[in-house]
Design a protein around this ligand. Structure first.
Ligand code: BEZ
Ligand code: FE
Length: 300
């Protein structure tokens, strides 16, 4: 006889059984696990009806906060460490795909993209200064892009962007429509890159919405340590989304989105006014950061 009634402990299994005819095997696998874990969570915390309603109101508020400029659900995923988990799993999957023919050396680690990537930043010549009257202390960035075996990658494209010295991105300033502190650079024939920008400051992730409220209730701060976003692309190699983190930045040990990787922390050296490594004469003190990137060959 068809079962009509399900007790608490049988409900998850009943929902899973109803998916028996789903034509999409992967979808079925993901939803099966989701239902199992969600039911186990409700059981585990003995969820009260008013608590479930609070959660639904929270998710509704997250949805209402989303538009083309603000994505509260991604922020929720970021602050719960899920975005970083997905990034780490994807990089591990890429490494596993190369197992039959493992590349020498270690690839540069990936981290979160964040909400401030802006497609179409101008390509500038190596050595250009993108600080352009923005607040912040000048910083000279330099290094080499190679494959994991150390072979220099000529013509690799680095898309770089950061907040200003007060922690604000161009999208958050003025009308939000004017690009600043972002550009694309192409490595030279030996894989080298160099450019000038500023030493990025720590800043809070947007915390004026429901996720900010959640962080406060968790007793957490909303800050990310200073970092230079860098997306690298080179023919025949996997695209890499990463950051260079500022070694002496506040919050380096407690990034609100769990994006820090020890291997991505660069020493930012301080220099007195004078001649910089590229020959530029600086009338004011400046910093320099050296970082080499190592890309993995495409698996496809
Ligand atoms: C960022 O680095 O720009 C960022 C990343 C995740 C959430 C908010 C901001
Ligand atoms: Fe950022």
């Amino acid at each position: 006889m068809t079962q009509l009634q399900f007790e608490g402990k049988d409900l998850a299994e009943a929902v899973i059984q109803r998916m028996a005819d789903s034509p999409d095997a992967r979808f079925k696998q993901v939803l099966t696990s989701l239902v199992k874990h969600a039911h186990a969570f409700v059981q585990d915390v003995d969820l009260q009806p008013e608590e479930w309603m609070t959660a639904i109101e929270f998710l509704t508020a997250c949805g209402k906060m989303c538009d083309e400029k603000r994505q509260e659900f991604i922020l929720l995923s970021d602050t719960l460490g899920i975005s970083m988990l997905v990034v780490a799993l994807e990089q591990a999957r890429g490494a596993a795909a190369l197992k039959a023919n493992p590349p020498k050396g270690t690839p540069t680690e990936a981290t979160v993209l964040g909400p401030f990537f802006w497609e179409g930043a101008p390509e500038l010549p190596l050595g250009a200064d993108i600080s352009d009257h923005q607040s912040g202390e000048p910083c000279y960035y330099h290094g080499q892009v190679t494959d994991t075996a150390g072979k220099p990658l000529e013509g690799a494209i680095l898309d770089v962007w950061s907040g200003d010295g007060d922690g604000f991105y161009d999208m958050q300033k003025g009308d939000g429509n004017t690009m600043a502190l972002r550009a694309r650079f192409r490595t030279d024939k030996n894989g080298y890159y160099h450019y000038w920008s500023i030493k990025p400051a720590f800043y809070p992730v947007p915390d004026d919405g429901p996720v900010g409220g959640m962080l406060r209730r968790m007793g957490r701060h909303p800050n990310r340590p200073g970092h230079m976003h860098t997306v690298l692309q080179a023919g025949g190699h996997e695209r890499l989304v990463t950051h260079i983190f500022v070694s002496d930045s506040p919050y380096i040990e407690s990034d609100a989105v769990f994006g820090v990787r020890e291997s991505l922390i660069a020493q930012f050296k301080s220099h007195a006014a004078g001649t910089a490594p590229d020959g530029r004469v600086m009338a004011m003190p400046f910093h320099s950061a050296h970082y080499d990137f190592h890309l993995v060959p495409s698996s496809a």
